[in-house]
Design a protein around this ligand. Structure first.
Ligand code: ADP
Ligand code: YYY
Length: 236
């Protein structure tokens, strides 16, 4: 008698939460382990912001930002081991992490025309990953609420501003003095407030999302917990 092993059902997973809660590290780690695709939606908002800044467009000029929303071509590579992001064919993975883009991205991503454009891209990438059989982990701020309201699994990560600031500040290298921690914390809180209070698709926990506080968990523990939830959905 021959036994057939069926491939796991492709699942679409939405991971949302504020900055520094571990969305990117967790999503990449879990997608790599489970052979799924991975999409960093923050990188897309950063990429379109980078394009606006390089064209001399003022991020605070909503009308100008809206008028340019359809212009740049943004392409995201979804391999969790080597995610890529290009704008009009240029690799922007390094400049989109700079302070200038970080300072402007909340303003640009609050513009409805920008959100409509990027949401369309995200939905088509997720649909393609579901069709291909791999499934996908999509991380951001409004994935469970707006982009993929029918996701098979929604997770909302949290951690206190102090923990998140210590993590982010650690990424910058160098000594962890109190003044730098306080400045990093203030930047995080400012961005959280802007992202949560905008009218167009704010950062929010979907009513059906599982909330996971990552403050007292190692990254490995978070990946294991999220991985177990995905496995459960795959076999359901
Ligand atoms: N559970 C955790 N414990 C300790 N550090 C973590 C944990 N999760 C993520 N980190 C670290 O915190 C920083 C921010 O994580 P990241 O995944 O970029 O967060 P987000 O995508 O939510 O902004 C990274 O340096 C990452 O390695
Ligand atoms: N789905 C998303 C993802 C990100 N954004 C916006 C709001 C965020 O402050 C920026 C940058 O997101 P990103 O995930 O790169 O931010 P951090 O990794 O937390 O620094 O993009 C958004 O509006 N909607």
């Amino acid at each position: 008698m021959r036994t057939t092993v069926s491939a796991p059902t492709p699942v679409v997973v939405a991971i949302d939460g504020p900055s520094g809660t571990g969305k990117s590290s967790t999503s990449k780690g879990v997608a790599a382990r489970l052979g799924m695709a991975y999409l960093d939606t923050g990188a897309q908002y950063r990429a379109i912001t980078w394009w606006m800044l390089t064209r001399g467009i003022d991020p605070a000029d909503t009308a100008e930002v809206a008028a340019a929303a359809e212009k740049p071509e943004i392409v995201s590579g979804t391999d969790p081991l080597a995610p890529t992001i290009t704008v009009d064919g240029t690799d922007v993975s390094t400049p989109i992490r700079g302070a200038e883009v970080t300072g402007a991205v909340s303003a640009v991503s609050a513009v409805p025309e920008i959100r409509a454009r990027i949401t369309g891209l995200q939905r088509s990438i997720a649909a393609e990953a579901a069709r291909s059989g791999a499934g996908i982990v999509v991380e951001g701020r409004d994935i469970g609420t707006t982009v993929l309201p029918d996701a098979d699994l929604k997770i909302f990560l949290t951690a206190s501003p102090e923990v998140r600031a210590a993590r982010r500040s650690g990424e910058l290298g160098g000594p962890q003095d109190a003044a730098r921690l306080a400045a990093t914390r203030a930047d995080l809180v400012r961005r959280d407030t802007a992202d949560s209070s905008r009218t167009a698709s704010p950062l929010a926990r979907a009513a059906d999302a599982v909330e996971l506080d990552t403050a007292d968990l190692t990254l490995e523990q978070v990946i294991e917990r999220v991985g177990a939830m995905i496995e459960e959905r795959r076999s359901a």
